[in-house]
Design a binder for this molecule. Structure first.
Ligand code: CAA
Length: 417
């Protein structure tokens, strides 16, 4: 999809991502247990929406249309029909056209892509929200809910933790090849170190050393029930079960004018492309071919190449996904993604910083929120708004890659600062 109208991201708001091991997360050993509760899905949608409108100086009445990305509100929060829930976030959104979009963990990215397509068709001011709560159920029950992003009838029996097991298959293939446990450990260490600088991150207070991340131990156990796969996945390899929301305002040139803004107040979107794989067929374990396809389309639409990227957000749902993402986005040749980690090139002070706020492993992964948060993170980096984790080098372009299921839906976006 090449952009027939100019599209700008004005900014937005991300809530803290919280869950187990976050100091504000209420559970039975928290001093506030019984006195207050964790925010609900409803509260997250409202906080992110109102925060984004306020941060961008957008009166709710000026919003033409809105989208909300969410994967499984029905299961974790007993709430569907989230377009109407988004309208409840502000009185001036009443009767606006609003749509909920679902594409598993790429729900947020698809919500954004839908808003962009609408802008190309004439919409001027769009609101995009991603929201998910997941801590309302035990991790094992959550594993069942999230398994609906895989081919449930075929994959569910692999393990109670279906997605961790599906990615343990990739870890095994990676370790059977050239990759090492230390390479996987480097992804986790970078994610936690970046999260430690990010006040919104789920893992902002948790430290992770390479020694801990590279070895199974009491502190970092393997946990899969599937005996064959169990040795190949540790807790530190996993993204977090998080609650949180993110929202942003996306506009046309006319939308900028309506809101009294100029292109200098925004980042410009150069591409928003997506690709969809076949749910019923498994791809090769060490290729993300759907993401590769979406990325090729994005570079072609934007007229840029991987080497032009100054910063990236990639979908690190498990440690092995990150080097595979480097390959899918063309940062490294197939089979060589982990060399970028060994050379430190994707750390905050490297030449291509990736997942600077901690990614899904450190920042957290409220699944339907992630795609929106990633795009907003690239926007914030390009505009110098990332505080303690701001990249300290000139950057023109940034890319985000959001993935649903095991590389079944992929959304790739490129922005210019
Ligand atoms: N020693 C041994 N085993 C332990 C342990 C320890 N110290 N601590 C935990 N475990 C094991 C136990 O088996 C435990 O289960 P039970 O308590 O039910 O017996 C299990 O691990 C889970 O323990 P917790 O409930 O304490 O774990 P947790 O809440 O800290 O969760 C996690 C840890 C299971 C890794 C969880 O964070 C997780 O599931 N992460 C992955 C989330 C996920 O899959 N997200 C989707 C990614 S895929 C994607 O992005 C694409 C898409 O479309 C879905």
């Amino acid at each position: 999809m090449s952009l027939s109208r100019r599209v700008f991201i004005l900014g937005g708001h991300t809530t803290p991502f919280i869950g187990k091991r976050h100091p504000d997360f209420i559970w039975k050993r928290h001093p506030d247990f019984g006195k207050r509760e964790n925010p609900s899905l409803e509260e997250y949608i409202t906080t992110a929406t109102c925060g984004a409108l306020e941060a961008t100086g957008t009166p709710a009445a000026e919003v033409d249309k809105a989208w909300i990305g969410n994967f499984v509100g029905e299961l974790f929060a007993s709430q569907g029909h989230l377009g109407a829930a988004l309208v409840g976030a502000h009185p001036d959104l009443l009767y606006k056209p609003v749509m909920r979009v679902e594409g598993a963990c790429a729900s947020g990215g698809l919500a954004f892509a839908s808003a962009v397509e609408s802008i190309l068709a004439g919409t001027d001011v769009a609101l995009v929200v991603g929201a998910e709560v997941q801590t309302t159920a035990p991790a094992r029950t959550g594993g069942d809910y999230l398994a609906r992003a895989a081919h449930y009838s075929r994959h569910r029996s692999i393990d109670d933790f279906t997605f961790p097991a599906l990615f343990a298959i990739k870890n095994k293939a990676f370790l059977d090849g050239e990759g090492t446990e230390e390479d996987l450990g480097r992804v986790a260490v970078k994610a936690y170190a970046n999260a430690n600088r990010n006040p919104l991150a789920h893992m902002r207070t948790v430290k992770m050393s390479l020694e801990t991340a590279s070895n199974a131990s009491d502190r970092n156990p393997t946990f899969l029930g599937n005996e064959e796969l169990n040795p190949y996945l540790k807790m530190s390899d996993c993204s977090q079960v998080s609650d949180g929301a993110s929202a942003m305002v996306v506009v046309s040139e006319e939308g900028l004018r309506k809101l009294g803004k100029t292109p200098d107040d925004a980042t410009e979107l150069l591409a928003a492309t997506y690709a969809t794989g076949n749910l019923y067929q498994d791809g090769p374990p060490l290729r993300l071919e759907t993401t590769e396809t979406a990325a090729r389309r994005a570079y072609a639409a934007a007229g840029v190449s991987p080497g032009d990227m100054g910063v990236a957000e990639v979908h690190d749902c498990f440690t092995v996904t990150e080097p595979l993402m480097y390959e899918a986005l063309g940062f490294a040749e197939i089979g060589r993604g982990h060399h970028l980690l060994r050379e430190g090139r994707t750390e905050i002070d490297g030449d291509l910083p990736v997942n600077t706020g901690g990614g899904l492993i450190g920042f957290g992964h409220p699944v339907g929120t992630t795609g929106v948060k990633q795009i907003l993170e690239v926007h914030r980096q390009l505009r110098g708004q990332c505080g303690d984790y701001q990249v300290n080098k000139p950057m023109k372009l940034g890319i985000a890659a959001n993935m649903g299921g095991d590389d079944k839906t992929a959304v790739v976006t490129i922005q210019r600062g």
